[in-house]
Ligand binder design. Structure first.
Ligand SMILES: NC(=O)c1ccc[n+]([C@@H]2O[C@H](COP(=O)([O-])OP(=O)(O)OC[C@H]3O[C@@H](n4cnc5c(N)ncnc54)[C@H](OP(=O)(O)O)[C@@H]3O)[C@@H](O)[C@H]2O)c1
Length: 246
C-alpha cells in the first residue's frame, strides 16, 4: 500500500521502519520539513516529504503527532477523499497537551479528533509503548505474540489498519466503534499492558472509563517526579501499575 505518515518521532519513525520492511511504500513528514529527515529516510527506506506531500495519492495516512497539534492538520486531512484511510495513534495527556474542555467534559478523544479533522479516523497503535512497538513485534503465529486493538466506525478502513497492525508484528483485534475507543486509552487495562489477544479482549471489556483520567494524572505525576532519571523500564512499570488499577 501507499502510506503517508505525519509525525516522525518515537511512533511515526518506528511505523515507517516496520511498514517499509513489510513491503509498503512509505512517505514520512514532520513539522520542520523533509531536509530534517534525511538520515531517517536513509535508515528506514521511507521517503522524506512535506506533510502536504505525505497525504497526496496515498491509500492510508497515519497521524502520529502530539494530540493537541492534530487540529493543525485539518486543512490537509478534511479535503481527502472518504476512501483514504486515516489512522490516529494519539493519546491525550493534559500535562503535555493542555486541558481540552470538550474531552474533559466527556467527549471521547478519537471522536474529538475526527471532528477536528473533518474526516473519520481509525484508532490504532495508541496503546503500545514505542519501545514495545519497536522491540516486541513477532511474526504471525509466533508463541506469545502480543495484540493491539483497533477502533473505528468504517469497517473497511478498520480492516485495512488491522492488516497494517499485523504487518508491524502484532495480532490485531477489533476494538469496536470510535465511541468505544476510550477502552484503549490511558489508563485502562488495555493500554500499554502487553497483552495477548484473548487477554486484550477481556481488558477492553472490563475497562473503567470513570477511573482512567484520575489514574492517568497520578501516573504522569510519578513520571514527573522521576525527572531526567526516568528509564524505559520505569515507564513500562508505571504504565503497567496504573493500567492494572483501571
Ligand atoms: N511515545 C510512545 O510510547 C507513544 C505510544 C503510543 C502512542 N503515542 C502517541 O503517538 C503520538 C506521537 O507520539 P511520539 O512519542 O511519536 O511523539 P514525538 O516523538 O514527540 O514525535 C512527534 C512528531 O510529530 C511531529 N509534529 C508535531 N506537530 C506537527 C505538525 N503540525 N505537522 C507535522 N508534524 C508534526 C514532530 O515533528 P517536529 O519534530 O518536526 O516538530 C515529530 O516528528 C502522540 O499523540 C502520542 O501520545 C506515543
Amino acid at each position: 500500500m501507499k502510506i503517508g505518515i505525519i509525525g516522525a518521532g518515537n511512533i511515526g519513525s518506528t511505523l515507517a521502519r516496520k511498514l517499509v520492511k513489510a513491503g509498503h511504500m512509505v512517505r514520512i513528514a514532520n513539522s520542520r520539513g523533509p531536509e530534517t529527515l534525511v538520515e531517517l529516510a536513509q535508515e528506514t527506506g521511507a521517503r522524506a516529504v512535506s506533510a502536504r506531500e505525505a497525504v497526496q495519492g496515498v491509500d492510508v495516512v497515519i497521524l502520529s503527532i502530539p494530540f493537541a497539534k492534530l487540529p493543525e492538520l485539518k486543512e490537509l486531512i478534511a479535503g481527502l477523499p472518504d476512501e483514504v484511510v486515516v489512522a490516529d495513534t494519539s493519546n491525550y495527556f493534559p500535562i503535555r497537551d493542555g486541558q481540552i474542555p470538550a474531552i474533559d467534559g466527556g467527549q471521547v478523544e478519537s471522536l474529538w479528533v475526527a471532528e477536528q479533522l473533518g474526516h473519520t479516523v481509525i484508532k490504532a497503535w495508541n496503546n503500545v509503548l514505542a519501545s514495545v512497538l519497536a522491540g516486541k513485534g513477532q511474526a504471525e503465529g509466533a508463541e506469545g505474540r502480543l495484540a493491539l486493538s483497533v477502533a473505528g466506525d468504517d469497517q473497511a478502513a478498520k480492516h485495512i489498519v488491522m492488516s497494517l497492525v499485523e504487518d508491524t508484528g502484532f495480532d490485531a483485534i477489533d476494538g469496536g466503534p470510535l465511541a468505544e475507543s476510550w477502552r484503549q486509552q490511558p489508563i485502562t487495562r488495555a493500554y500499554c499492558s502487553e497483552l495477548q489477544a484473548d487477554q486484550l479482549h477481556t481488558a477492553l471489556a472490563v475497562a473503567n472509563r470513570a477511573r482512567a483520567p484520575q489514574l492517568r494524572e497520578e501516573m504522569v505525576k510519578e513520571f514527573v517526579a522521576l525527572g531526567d532519571k526516568i528509564t524505559t523500564e520505569d515507564i513500562v512499570r508505571l504504565h503497567l501499575a496504573a493500567s492494572a488499577k483501571g
